[in-house]
Design a protein around this ligand. Structure first.
Ligand code: DAH
Length: 340
């Protein structure tokens, strides 16, 4: 019996069918009612009990092999035959793969960086997990100063000196520590604030910080730079206005509005009928900040500005709900890449 199993095994292994008919013939010869394997199973009933286990396993393995091979031979031949009959169209275009689009926040951030790079600004990044000094102290927020409450901060419980940066102004500190003037840099990044999520606020958002430090930098340079940015971003007709404001790290400080690009300044729902939209904060770098970063404030002066990327995207494209940026609904995201 052992030798018949082996013989049959060899037969199966050597068999090379030329067509589907031959496979069927072979299958019947082995597995059919009077097939060789069926006969073996009959004989197996008479085998002495001490050999049953070993032989049983062998016969079963043989049977599985035959079944496996029959299916494989059939598949192979069917493919070849249908290709020969012209059923396989090798020129048919492949099923299209859906590819994504870049996120509107990435597109607008890149556009902001590109506009400033035309003015000679390079790009710098910094860590999202920061220490108190880079986010607050070096930027002239004294300890316990109420200005720290302007930004609701996520602290690390075990060590309140470590926090999630609330603004990308921390990067300007790192840049001034590591570079010598003249410095012209824009710093994009994600920032975090402990805010309840709504259509107009989120606990995670994106900013671009700008910094220019050199000899004789004036407020006029700041105004021209921002005006150039506004025209590039919102169109040649864009106008800007500056309102006095307060930031600990700039003196004087201002908030910048751009003329509403939806109504052209006539007044509409989006600009709340004022004709103006707020786009960023800015000012002349406070000498205390230059000093903290090791820059001679008698020799050098500078300006800085900071803007929210979500806000710029919102104003440029009329997106009314901030949460859309985080939902990643493809119907929303697909609308931007072709526009920009
Ligand atoms: N860091 C400020 C904020 O997050 C934005 C800002 C205002 C940045 C004025 C500046 C600046 O560099 O000069 O609200």
């Amino acid at each position: 019996m052992q030798s018949r199993i082996e013989e049959l095994l060899r037969k199966v292994e050597q068999f090379k069918p030329a067509n589907l008919g031959e496979i069927e013939e072979f299958r019947i010869k082995i597995l059919g009612k009077k097939g060789e394997l069926t006969e073996l199973f009959e004989e197996f009933k008479k085998v002495s009990p001490d050999l049953k286990r070993e032989l049983g396993q062998k016969i079963n393995r043989l049977k599985n092999l035959v079944l496996e091979r029959v299916t494989a031979w059939k598949n192979e031949l069917e493919e070849v035959e249908s290709a020969a009959a012209g059923e396989l169209d090798v020129t048919r275009p492949a099923t299209a793969q859906g590819i994504g689009t870049r996120h509107p926040i990435s597109l607008v951030r890149n556009e902001i960086l590109a506009i400033f790079s035309r003015l000679g600004f390079t790009t710098a990044e910094g860590p999202e997990i920061e220490d108190d000094w880079h986010v607050f102290s070096a930027l002239n927020f004294p300890p316990e100063h109420p200005a720290r409450d302007m930004q609701d901060t996520f602290f690390i419980e075990k060590n309140p000196d470590i926090l999630l940066r609330t603004h990308t102004s921390s990067i300007q500190v790192r840049v001034m520590q590591s570079q010598k003037p003249p410095i012209r840099v824009v710093c994009p990044g994600r920032v975090f604030r402990n805010e309840a999520i709504s259509y107009r606020a989120h606990c995670i958002f994106h900013q671009v910080e700008g910094l220019y430090v050199a000899e004789n930098v004036s407020f006029a340079d700041l105004k021209q730079t921002i005006l150039y940015f506004a025209k590039e971003m919102f169109g040649e007709d864009a106008r800007i206005r500056m309102r006095p404001s307060y930031f600990p790290f700039t003196e004087p400080s201002a908030e910048v509005d751009v003329s509403c690009n939806l109504c052209g300044g006539k007044g509409c729902n989006v600009c709340k009928h004022t004709g103006w939209l707020e786009i960023m904060g800015c000012g002349m770098v406070d000498p205390n900040v230059l000093k903290a970063c090791g820059i001679d404030s008698r020799k050098y002066s500078g300006f800085a500005f900071g803007m929210g990327v979500e806000r710029i995207t919102m104003l440029k494209y009329g997106v009314k709900d901030l949460r859309l940026y985080f939902e990643n609904d493809i119907r929303f995201l697909q609308q931007f890449e072709s526009v920009i």
